[in-house]
Design a protein around this ligand. Structure first.
Ligand code: ATP
Length: 365
């Protein structure tokens, strides 16, 4: 498989401050690769270095095997799409899409053919004469993408392109963008702070925190096997506890939480008795009595604070009796739990293999 983008030990400093800290990754041809992280973690700085608007302080960026050091943005085989699509409102769709080709001095006939063909591929056939302000938000998005793709970049860089859209359109565009990328087969590098965008669209996601990549993985692995506490918190919902290992037998650790609860969890080798730990459990790993999977080891009486109805993803917000600690419990999709009401007391628990446990000091948020 051809490597379209290779970022090697790239660091960017602004004075004393390190915005991007020794980041390395590769993206294969045709992949949808996302960089996911909170505001200020360094995503835009990294993207601007790939696009050529900013030079790395150290490290190397290769596109299709060519070192990009000192190469101007307009000479790189990449295009960048921003949140504000920067379409020319006075020009029609065809002229917007043809803009880059004309600047390159391509012949009229060829330009017309390429524009028609790319508009076909983004599902806007025959839209050449339409005005930009006659288009829906989703159509404008596709024109912006067509305008870049017509130049046949090795990599299309997208900087939170859905950020300015309303929620409904954003949900729709997530699916459309993924479909479009699969259809055209161009390599996408997409930055976002929205984990659901990254998980839905990407082949691989890099989770970024304070200038560093914490984990680069498939969406499925990020969710099922987070490698750091930051990833466990940032990707999907997770219940978390901090506490101490009070006893350990054959990798089954008894944890005493800071608020005095005791439970058991299966742990990895590096966890020893006496260690401070943080434990994470997904809402869907929590079981509600009379579930047959509930054991006597991990069983709590909790009071239901509210029922968060969301169709198939409905959940309970609960707190252990005499505690302020809140937990999310996914409601299984069968309807046997319909009887549960706010203020009820129910028993919940979890299988001790369902959680993930980290040494507490590893966390850097
Ligand atoms: P957002 O999602 O809010 O856009 P981001 O993850 O894209 O955030 P960056 O814009 O890359 O983050 O910024 C990373 C850090 O680098 C921030 O703390 C920012 O203040 C700092 N930074 C970015 N550009 C400069 C600059 N030109 N000079 C000094 N500091 C900068």
């Amino acid at each position: 498989m051809q490597i379209d983008l290779s970022v090697q030990n790239v660091t960017r400093k602004f004075g004393e401050f390190t915005a991007v800290d020794n980041v390395s990754f590769t993206v294969e041809d045709g992949r949808f690769f996302s960089i996911l992280g909170p505001s200020g973690c360094g995503k835009t700085t990294l993207l601007r270095m790939i696009a050529g608007f900013l030079e790395p302080s150290s490290g190397r960026i290769m596109i299709r095997g060519n070192d990009m050091a000192g190469i101007a943005p307009n000479k790189r085989p990449v295009n960048l799409i921003f949140q504000h699509l920067a379409l020319f409102p006075m020009m029609n769709v065809g002229d917007n899409v043809a803009f880059g080709l004309r600047r390159r001095g391509e012949k009229k006939d060829q330009t017309r053919r390429k524009v028609a063909s790319i508009l076909d591929r983004v599902d806007l056939p025959g839209f050449e004469k339409k005005k930009i302000d006659q288009l829906s938000g989703g159509q404008k998005q596709r024109v912006a993408i067509a305008r870049c793709l017509v130049l046949e970049p090795a990599v299309l860089l997208l900087d939170e392109p859905l950020g300015a859209l309303d929620l409904k359109l954003r949900e729709q565009m997530k699916v459309e963008l993924k479909k479009l990328q699969t259809q055209v087969g161009t390599t996408f590098v997409y930055i976002t702070h929205d984990q659901s965008e990254a998980l839905v669209m990407s082949d691989y996601v890099a989770v970024m925190n304070r200038g560093r990549f914490e984990q680069v993985d498939t969406p499925q692995n990020l969710y099922a096997s987070p490698k750091t506490p930051f990833v466990a918190r940032f990707v999907g919902d997770n219940n978390s506890w901090t506490g101490k290992v009070v006893s350990l037998k054959a990798q089954s650790a008894e944890i005493e939480t800071v608020d005095g609860h005791h439970f058991h969890i299966h742990v990895q080798d590096e966890i020893a008795a006496g260690k401070q730990v943080t434990v994470f459990l997904r809402p869907e790993a929590m079981l509600i009595a009379p579930d047959a999977g509930l054991t006597d080891l991990n069983r709590f009486k909790v009071s239901v604070k509210s029922i968060l109805f969301d169709g198939a993803n409905s959940r309970l917000l609960v707190s252990p009796v005499n505690s302020e600690k809140e937990m999310l419990v996914a409601l299984p999709q069968n309807r046997q739990f319909d009887y549960i009401q706010p203020k009820d007391t129910v028993e919940i628990g979890w299988d001790q293999h369902a959680g993930i446990c980290f040494p507490a000091q590893e966390e850097t948020i």
